[in-house]
Design a binder for this molecule. Structure first.
Ligand code: ZN
Length: 119
């Protein structure tokens, strides 16, 4: 074996180790994602139960399914889009403008946004 062969062999070994390390990382991420999905499914199941209980209680006190659906639609439209999604917006206590919850400060005036200002 000449020096070039030794170098090539070294590079092949390095690539092999690198590939194995990346494969292990991907396996770990897959397990993490599976755990996250299981947790989310569990939360969805719990929220579904809570929603079902609330809906049945509301019907018992006179709020029909139609009234509940109308309320859901009204809340859905608060962000301007009827899309079945809830995009809560923060209202700045200073300038009263709305911004997405991911922003810690008002985009317009920089005031720190408190979590209680969600609409
Ligand atoms: Zn502001």
């Amino acid at each position: 074996m000449d020096l070039f062969d030794i170098f090539q062999q070294y590079k092949i070994e390095q690539n092999h180790l690198d590939a194995r390390s990346k494969a292990n990382n991907l396996n770990a991420k897959t397990v993490d994602n599976k755990v996250s999905i299981d947790e989310l499914n569990s939360k969805i199941d719990n929220l579904s139960l809570v929603c079902m209980a609330m809906s049945e209680l509301l019907e018992e006190v006179g709020f029909t399914k139609e009234a509940q659906l109308a309320k859901i639609e009204e809340i859905d439209l608060r962000d301007g889009k009827l899309d079945g999604k809830l995009h809560l917006l923060n209202v700045c206590s200073q300038c009263k403008r709305k911004s997405a919850p991911r922003h810690k400060n008002c985009l317009y005036c920089g005031t720190k946004i408190s979590k209680s200002s969600v609409v």
